[in-house]
Design a protein around this ligand. Structure first.
Ligand code: ZN
Length: 78
């Protein structure tokens, strides 16, 4: 089984937090988290943001908000 790469993880993070991933994809997601500190930090930050602003519908995620998260995520990668 091949882990997700960082970009795939970012794309799927809302589905992950909503429990919307199928078991195989979720396993690949967890596999990547286990080996990538940047994504682990990103997920924690995203999760606390979701808790603060309330439930996020992946289909209605504000593109600017998403861009900010992606920018923050890239900071972790340096
Ligand atoms: Zn990663």
């Amino acid at each position: 089984m091949k882990p997700l790469d960082c970009n795939e993880l970012v794309e799927l993070v809302t589905a992950y937090l909503d429990g919307g991933l199928d078991p195989a994809t979720r396993a690949r997601f967890d596999l990547h988290l286990a080996e990538c500190d940047g994504c682990e930090n990103y997920l924690q930050q995203f999760d606390s943001t979701v808790r603060t602003v309330g439930r996020i519908d992946p289909g209605e995620l504000d593109p600017q908000f998403r861009d900010r998260l992606l920018a923050a995520f890239r900071e972790f990668q340096r």
